[in-house]
Design a protein around this ligand. Structure first.
Ligand SMILES: [Zn+2]
Length: 129
C-alpha cells in the first residue's frame, strides 16, 4: 500500500534517508507518512499526517451567554508538507507520486539547502503493505 521516496537535489546534491509515504495494511488508520519541510531544522523529514492535522472542538462565545461548539483544524506549524502548492513548481509535465488524495511531484520541489526548485522525489524502491 505505501511506498518510499528518496529526495535528492539536482542542484546541490542534498539528500535524506528514504521517506515512507502512506501507511501499511495494519496501521493505515493511524499512520500516513509524508515528506515535509521542518522549518526549524531546515531539513526534509517524514511526518505522520495524522499528527500534523488535528481537529479540535472549540467553545466559542457568540453572545453574552450563548456558546457554540466550533470545530477547528489545527496544524503543526513547524512542518510544511510537500503537497502544499508553495513547495513545488506546478508543471503538468512532471509526474507525481500519489497517496490517497495527496500528490507529490517527482521533481521541481523546493530544496531547503540551496533554496531552488531542483529537488526530485525518486522512487525509493520499497513498496510495503
Ligand atoms: Zn539544493
Amino acid at each position: 500500500m505505501g511506498f518510499t521516496i528518496k529526495p535528492i537535489c539536482k542542484n546541490c546534491g542534498y539528500t535524506t534517508n528514504a521517506i515512507s509515504v502512506g501507511g501499511g495494511r495494519l496501521n493505515h488508520n493511524t499512520q500516513c507518512g509524508a515528506p515535509a519541510l521542518n522549518t526549524e531544522t531546515n531539513e526534509i523529514e517524514e511526518i505522520n499526517l495524522y499528527d500534523y492535522k488535528k481537529t479540535e472542538i472549540d467553545k466559542k462565545k457568540i453572545l453574552y451567554f450563548f456558546y457554540r461548539n466550533v470545530i477547528v483544524e489545527k496544524t503543526n506549524q513547524k512542518y510544511i508538507p510537500y503537497y502544499n502548492s508553495k513547495m513545488f513548481i506546478d508543471d503538468s509535465e512532471v509526474g507525481q507520486h500519489h497517496w490517497s488524495n495527496k500528490n507529490y511531484k517527482k521533481s521541481k520541489n523546493f530544496c531547503p539547502k540551496c533554496k531552488s526548485f531542483n529537488l526530485d522525489f525518486n522512487d525509493g524502491g520499497i513498496h510495503f503493505d
